[in-house]
Design a protein around this ligand. Structure first.
Ligand SMILES: [Zn+2]
Length: 245
């Protein structure tokens, strides 16, 4: 099993180990989330000095030993300096990394999650899309990639695709006008429903391309936040630093 591998990925977190080393968590396209030891990465002249930091995206050459990976070379394509150089964008960036670290699995196909993370960081860098809306797209697509997300395409009671003008948090689904009395429901506007459908169905590479009015953003946000509170039940450290929404 011992071999050299070349993996494409993004550094999610870096922990100092001993005097000069670091332990990195990297989300890779080929192996899912891995933990890699970067020997000497904190020495000023180390070739791994810059590569061993969160947000570094590129190709990581690692040696796979019996129980751990060791990083010996990295070709970094981007450090996302537009994100790391702006305090507010940085917290969003950290939040995306933290989410990918929490949900990312080892030895699993995490290709989509890695592309989602990359595209979300790119959208933050470009600054064209509102950060809160980048986060909504990221958070909902994360649920879709996890395979555990609300049904936004058909009524959760009768399966109808018509008149989907309500949403039930308890039933994790939109609800049609005929079934609205079957559960505690809240109204959902066509634009908010369409936004959720778009995020669920769109290719990750085209996801970060929309603009929502404040009202629609609030509706979409309420549905996603309620789902996280109820079913994900995890507090992300960086969340407290994001713009309140
Ligand atoms: Zn129905």
């Amino acid at each position: 099993m011992e071999q050299n591998l070349s993996l494409q990925g993004i550094v999610l977190s870096a922990m100092p180990v001993g005097e000069y080393d670091k332990r990195l968590s990297i989300l890779t396209k080929e192996r899912g989330k891995i933990s890699a030891f970067a020997r000497g990465a904190r020495r000023p002249k180390s070739q791994l000095l810059a590569a061993s930091n969160p947000f570094a995206f590129g190709t990581f050459e690692v040696y796979q030993g019996r129980d751990a990976y060791t990083l010996h070379r990295a070709d970094i394509d981007t450090y996302f300096t537009e994100v790391t150089g702006d305090m507010d964008a940085l917290w969003y960036g950290y939040y995306f990394l933290e989410s990918a670290e929490y949900f990312g699995l080892e030895n699993a196909d995490e290709h989509l999650r890695m592309v989602l993370l990359y595209m979300a960081l790119r959208a933050l860098s470009k600054g064209r899309m509102q950060r809160r809306q980048i986060r909504l797209a990221f958070d909902f697509k994360t649920l879709v990639i996890n395979g555990d997300y609300p049904n936004v395409f058909a009524c959760g009671f009768c399966g109808s695709e018509e008149e989907l003008s309500f949403y039930s948090a308890g039933h994790r689904a939109c609800v049609c006008a005929k079934c609205k009395a079957k559960d505690r429901v809240t109204p959902v506007s066509p634009s908010a429903l369409y936004t959720l459908q778009f995020i669920a169905a769109a290719d990750v590479s085209k996801l970060f391309s929309f603009q929502l009015t404040e009202d629609v953003e609030r509706e979409v946000s309420d549905i996603i936040r309620a789902y996280y509170r109820r079913y994900v039940k995890h507090e992300f450290n960086s969340e407290a630093f994001l713009e309140s929404n």
